[in-house]
Write a protein that binds this ligand. Sequence first.
Ligand SMILES: *[C@@H]1O[C@H](CO)[C@@H](O)[C@H](O)[C@H]1NC(C)=O
Length: 312
Amino acid sequence: MEGSNHSVVSEFVFLGLTTSWDIQLLVFVFSSMFFMASMMGNSLIIFTVASDPHLHSPMYFLLANLSFIDLGVSCVTSPKMIYDLFRKHKVISFRGCITQIFFIHVIGGVEMVLLIAMAFDRYVAICKPLHYLSIMSQRICLFFVVTAWIVGLIHSLVQLAFVVNLPFCGPNVLDSFYCDLPRFIKLACIDIRKLEFMITANSGFISVGSFFILIISYTVIISTVQKHSSSGSSKALSTLSAHISVVVLFFGPLIFVYTWPSSSINIDKFLAIFDAVITPFLNPVIYTFRNQEMKMAMKRVFKQLLSYRKIS
Ligand SMILES: *[C@@H]1O[C@H](CO)[C@@H](O)[C@H](O)[C@H]1NC(C)=O
C-alpha cells in the first residue's frame, strides 16, 4: 500500500446507483430491511447449529459455515452503500477501497469452495449412503472449511498483488457503489490491458471452475436419484432443489456483472445490489423454511431461551 507514493489519488468517489430520489429511498428501505434480516437469519442458523446436538452433522456444520460467510457478504459492501445513499459526496479512501476488494474476493472464494463441499456432502449422502459416516468425518469437514479459507485468501492476495502498486494520477470517480476490481483498475494511469486479462483470468478460473464442478455434481446426483426412485427420493429432490437454487442465485448475477462489466444500462449495478444484499438473506430462507429438522431445532432454541428468561 506504500507503493502509492507516485500517485496523487488518495481517495475515490462513488457515483452511486442513481440520482433519482424515489429509487434511492426504495433502495434504502429494501437494503436496510434485507441487511438486518440476513444478519439475524444467519446468526440464528449459526447459533442453532452450535447449540442443538441434533444438528451436529457435516451438512449442518457446512451450512453454519456458509451462514458465517454470508454475515461477511452482508457487511462488506452494503453498510457503506446504505450510509452513502443520501450523501452528495460519496468517498472512500485508497486503503478502504483496497480493503473492500480484499474481503470481496476472500469471501467470494470461500463461498464457492463451501458450495462445492456442500454438493460433495449431498453426493456422498445420496450416492454412497452406506459410507456416509466414514467418508464425511469430522476431519474431512474441517479439511473442506480450511481449504475454503486458504483458496479464498490466495485468490484474493493474487488479485491484490496485481493492483496494490498501480499508479493513480487522473480521475478518481467509480461509477459504482463499492470498489469493484474491473472499474477500479480502469482508473490507473498505465496501460492495463495485460493486467485486465490477468485479473479476469483469476476470477474467471475460480468462478467458472466451481460453477462447472457444481453443475456436474448436481447432474450426477439427480441422475442417481432418478435411477433409484423410492420413497426417499422426493425428500432428496427437495433438498437438492434448495442447494441448486442457492447456486443459481449466487452465480447468476455474478456471471452477468462480470461478463458485461461496461454495459451502459444500470442493470449490472442493480444485480450487484442483489448479490450484496439479497443473496445472503436467501440462503437462510431457502435452507431453513424447507427443512423440517432445522425448523424443529429453531423451535427448541426459542423454547430454551424463553425458559431461561422465566428462571432468571
Ligand atoms: C465450520 O465447520 C467446522 C468443521 O465441521 C466446524 O467445526 C465449525 O463449527 C463450523 N463453523 C461454524 C461457524 O459453524
